[in-house]
Design a protein. Structure first.
Length: 149
């Protein structure tokens, strides 16, 4: 799918290299998936999506077999080194046929769930702290403006 096929309004979000690029009334991902940017300057950036949605052609879509945690794989791929698999000079590309052969550490399913839950909790805490920092910055600007009226 290309970004030109995407509508401004619709039922389900369509993801591209820069997040949601539009909407459609159909979807190709039903529950959860990992989207990996395969072309351009953001090549190798990883996103974890849930719910019914679709992706443009600039993304690889990964889903797991039963007995594997997709969220665990997401956290693993966030730190995966895609450099050896990049091709192209002006516009870098990565292909699943190349990096899909890489070996990764995959513990038992309960361990995968434990690691994924721990990292997800850390992500939530980090997001909360970033929101607090942003709110404090806004409050600081307000108070400084009040001092110099």
């Amino acid at each position: 799918m290309q970004e030109s096929d995407v509508l401004e309004y619709g039922t389900y979000p369509v993801y591209g290299a820069n997040g949601i690029v539009g909407y459609l009334d159909n979807y190709n991902t039903q529950s959860e998936a990992i989207y990996i940017i395969k072309d351009g300057s953001g090549v190798g950036a990883v996103s974890y999506v849930t719910g019914k949605c679709s992706a443009t052609g600039t993304l690889n879509i990964l889903q797991t077999k039963e007995g594997f945690s997709l969220q665990y794989l997401y956290y693993l791929l966030k730190v995966f080194n895609y450099e050896p698999y990049k091709t192209g000079m002006a516009i870098p590309h990565i292909y699943f046929k190349d990096y899909g052969k890489a070996k990764i550490f995959c513990p038992s399913y309960p361990e995968q769930l434990r690691y994924a839950n721990l990292l997800s909790t850390i992500d939530c805490k980090l997001l909360a702290e970033q929101n607090i920092l942003s709110n404090l910055s806004v409050q600081k600007q307000y108070l400084l403006r009040q001092m110099f009226i």
